[in-house]
Write a protein that binds this ligand. Structure first.
Ligand code: NAD
Length: 350
């Protein structure tokens, strides 16, 4: 498959380019960014552009869009108009309406939209999903998810944290991966009740903190928290509690814990993994080496989604849309004091 990359010179775009070059099933068709010298520097042997029409003049089957969210919609629409499949970074768009237009364009074109929830591929989180699917911890009773860091010091651009570009605060940034993780585990989220606040950083429209309860159509809840005031630094975690045990995955550092019981309240059997090989690799080659592997896995599964396979780990357009609907619903619920009900989207079919 021939794949172009838009926003190729960015921090994430460069990694996306690398995964396409490294994958024997894909060819880097072309790259696009704002400045020619930066685009050329990351193009390997592919043509580099700063002009969208000239970029789309190159034959390709799909594009990865690694730009900030606020410029994504016209790029997605242009790609679907040309009959291309699209894999975008998170968040899909800074508004629900924008996300819906992107999804509609994908469906009218009959092309796949992939949502860049690459944390599904982090070994600790993939482990949690696989353990739950295997039935080892029995019937799921509830889920806990958390994503946080220490806020504004993390950002170098306005678009990363100002709501008119980003959509909002912690819910749209570090938290959105864990919103997706909750949906990934629960199957769907159709009810959102929460409280959000911005008492610390005071950025208009960008919440510092959000706590919420999400429910799937069967009423199974996830307890959710996203934070920009985690003074301990960057952390994300998911825990799933079942009738016959629990499983936890966390990052950073990468860790898992599995407790299984032969019956509720029975003798626990514990299994922990501290991923020493990942710790060592990250010490030598930074966190980016872990992110790169996750993007490589995601690309592999995006190809399967495009070929019509379902049930793969890769997030589709419905996952992308539902995550921003939830990020919008939590502040709405906080304002009204009422839960927000959402329709069951299920998997994206094209
Ligand atoms: N999944 C993850 O782990 C993860 C981590 C960080 C960022 N992200 C997301 O990835 C996206 C990019 O983030 P980043 O940190 O790489 O940002 P970045 O600023 O490093 O890169 C963005 C790139 O897009 C280019 N660009 C902007 N507008 C463009 C346009 N209209 N046409 C072509 N190129 C354009 C910029 O010149 C820049 O090179 C954001 O949506 C961000 O939220 C995802």
């Amino acid at each position: 498959m021939k794949i172009g990359v838009i926003g190729a010179a960015g921090k994430i775009g460069q990694m996306r380019v690398q995964t396409i070059v490294d994958n024997p099933a894909t060819t880097l068709a072309a790259v696009l960014d704002m400045e020619m010298h930066k685009a050329v520097a990351v193009a390997h042997d592919a043509p580099a552009f700063t002009d969208l029409d000239r970029f789309f003049g190159v034959e390709m089957d799909a594009v990865v869009i690694s730009t900030p969210a606020h410029v994504r919609e016209p790029l997605c629409l242009a790609a679907f108009e040309r009959g291309l499949h699209v894999l975008t970074e998170k968040p899909l768009a800074p508004t629900v309406e924008g996300g819906q237009r992107i999804l509609e364009a994908a469906k009218s074109a009959g092309r796949m939209l992939g949502a860049g929830f690459n944390m599904r591929y982090y070994p600790s989180f993939a482990y949690v999903k696989d353990v739950v699917s295997s039935g080892q911890i029995g019937a799921i009773d509830h889920v806990r998810v958390y994503g946080g860091h220490d806020g504004l010091g993390h950002f170098t651009h306005d678009w990363e944290y100002q709501a008119q570009y980003s959509g909002g605060g912690a819910l749209w940034d570090v938290g959105i991966h864990m919103t997706d993780m909750a949906r990934h585990i629960l199957g769907e989220i159709t009810s959102v009740y929460g409280v959000s606040s911005n008492r610390v950083w005071n950025v208009e429209g960008s919440e510092d903190n959000a706590v919420a309860i999400f429910k799937n159509p069967d009423g199974i809840p996830a307890i959710y928290q996203a934070s920009w005031t985690d003074w301990k630094g960057y952390k994300s975690a998911v825990e799933v509690y079942g009738s016959h045990g629990m499983v936890r995955g966390a990052y950073a550092p990468m860790q898992t814990l599995l407790i299984t019981l032969d019956k509720p309240g029975g003798k626990p059997s514990k299994l922990r993994n501290f991923y020493p090989e990942i710790m060592l690799r990250e010490k030598l080659r930074s966190w980016k080496s872990t992110a790169l592997l996750s993007f490589a896995g995601e690309l592999e599964d995006f190809l399967k989604l495009v070929r019509g396979q379902r049930g793969v780990r890769c997030a589709d357009g419905h996952a992308g849309l539902r995550a921003i609907e939830i990020a919008t619903a939590v502040p709405e619920s906080s304002r009204t004091g009422q839960p927000v009900e959402l329709e069951n989207l299920g998997d994206m079919i094209v």
